[in-house]
Write a protein that binds this ligand. Structure first.
Ligand code: AMP
Length: 117
């Protein structure tokens, strides 16, 4: 079972922000911004490329509630998902990073060329 399935199932502890029957939001173990929360569907989906649009509808409403809970709904945030190898996805269970709590940089580099893309 993947690590985020184990977190969703309560087998691995997490620092929960918000939860309902279908989704879980918890603080990232290695935060890359003052606010860094992961949002996952409890049911396993490998990545964004595989997710059903209906799941995304529920996840959208849930993410908006997470933002309100964290107090970043008015100040702003970045919601991103890394998809697959080139996208830098390390955990093969769909998750969205909600980053905020301060102005974020925009510096995505291609590893080979080091050009801003
Ligand atoms: P990604 O590179 O998009 O797959 O992101 C995986 C994220 O999961 C990283 O930001 C990790 O810091 C985070 N992470 C890995 N294990 C845990 C864990 N047990 N609890 C919370 N966050 C985790």
């Amino acid at each position: 079972m993947c690590i985020f399935c184990q977190i969703a199932g309560g087998e691995i502890p997490n620092n929960t922000v918000l939860e309902n029957d279908d989704f879980l939001a918890f603080h990232d173990l290695y935060p890359k911004a003052p606010v860094h929360v992961l949002i996952i569907p409890k049911q396993h989906v490998d990545c964004f490329q595989d997710v059903a649009p209906e799941t995304m509808a529920g996840l959208t409403a849930f993410a908006q509630e997470v933002a309100r809970t964290l107090g970043v709904d008015q100040t702003g945030y970045r919601l991103i998902t890394n998809n697959g190898e080139d996208g830098g996805q390390e955990v093969p269970h769909l998750h969205f990073h909600m980053l905020g709590g301060g102005k974020l940089k925009w510096d995505h580099f291609h590893e080979d060329t080091h050009k801003n893309i």
